[in-house]
Design a protein around this ligand. Sequence first.
Ligand code: SF4
Ligand code: SF4
Length: 228
Amino acid sequence: MPEVDAEKCDNCRKCAHACEFSAIAAIGKAVVTFHDLCAGCGVCAYVCPTGAVEEVELRVGEVTSGHTDSGIDFHQGRLDVGHQRAGPVTTAVKRNIRQGCISILDAPPGTACPMQEAVDDSDFCILVTEPTPFGLANLREAADTSRRLGVPCGIIINRDRRTWDRIDRYAEQEGLEVLLRVPEEREIAEAYSRGETLADARPEWRDDLVAMYDRVAELVATQPSSTS
Ligand code: SF4
Ligand code: SF4
């Protein structure tokens, strides 16, 4: 986070003009920062001609890590209560990812900075939606965001009832693939509420999940810019 050395500042206001988040402002002869608004991008320090902006550490959350018995790494980012910008926490989580292994990032819902930070630089984005008007509206925004980031995406329809086809129509129109349909079943919902995975609750779904993984790998491999 930026901190301004008033001795070095010549009040040129370049930092305030450059900040897209209005997190640094020149008020009279003083330059003030608003850490709650700051995304920690470092642009203000970059544009400051006198070196008056220093980047200092500010705790906004924590990252915890662990491993499952089967060797899967698990990293969790938690934003401290009272802070609004989760982007730096997401960035910190991503720094923990081991290079060269398959990584699944569970992004928060919506299309705000934390989602974009999680999706950026990914090989593929799986958008999980539900067959409702609200789900479709969110899906449209998320698919647009993913594409703007240059990340190809596909869809999982959760709680699928097969009675509402607007998600399918949207997918067809946009050339997006529906990778999996998880039906609306009480047994599955109860398993989720106990913290069980779909594969644990319904072992007969394992083949479908593996098939989805294979399909995503295939789609990633056929992307023009893919390096995987
Ligand atoms: S680090 Fe980025 S977001 Fe924060 S004040 Fe500077 S320019 Fe604005
Ligand atoms: S860019 Fe640097 S010198 Fe200019 S107002 Fe901001 S802190 Fe001061």
